[in-house]
Ligand binder design. Structure first.
Ligand code: ROI
Length: 163
């Protein structure tokens, strides 16, 4: 791979056997052309952020090395979401079989109509920050600072590490 960048992907599911959804998504990501898996965090059960009348989520974070552009990576992740039965209802913050987010793409700051990197809300979301810390404790998040500083302001609440 030429010009490979390290990207971090957030994985989430709260429908249709979430643990199996996350395992299947990880395998699909690892098999993408021009993507190589570096690491994956533990899986976490997490209380929904947003509407509470939906099942708990299972969340994880994965790091990859990739020569795909940010948009090509996003489109490949969206294709995996669709393959795994995600239906986009348009409902904001509703339950979903699979959500794959580009959290970070190297140290780039990206502001496109369909893609904001670092991912919006990354600094407040325990279900992103704690798994991320497992695989990248030294990380500095562009425009937001060291991961450890963000963690200091983000209580470990509503999270259960699964094994
Ligand atoms: N809440 C949790 N705990 N985990 C998620 O992945 C998640 N994803 C979402 C919303 C609906 C904001 N809530 C979530 O998109």
């Amino acid at each position: 791979m030429n010009h490979a960048i390290i990207a971090y992907i957030g994985l989430g599911s709260n429908l249709a056997e979430p643990i199996a959804q996350i395992h299947a998504a990880r395998a699909a990501i690892a098999q993408l052309h021009d993507v190589r898996e570096l690491a994956i965090s533990s899986l976490y059960q997490s209380v929904p952020m947003g509407p509470q009348d939906q099942p708990d989520y299972v969340n994880a974070v994965m790091s990859v090395q990739t020569s795909l552009t940010p948009m090509a990576l996003l489109r490949a992740l969206q294709a995996i979401e669709t393959d795994q039965g995600r239906i986009r209802t348009g409902e904001r913050w509703g339950a979903r079989t699979l959500d794959l987010d580009v959290l970070l793409y190297g140290d780039q700051i990206i502001d496109l109509p369909d893609l904001t990197v670092p991912h919006v809300g990354i600094s407040e979301r325990a279900f992103v920050l704690y798994p991320l810390f497992e695989i990248a404790p030294q990380l500095v998040i562009p425009s937001k600072g060291p991961l450890t500083d963000l963690l200091a302001h983000c209580p470990y609440s509503g999270l259960t590490r699964l094994d």
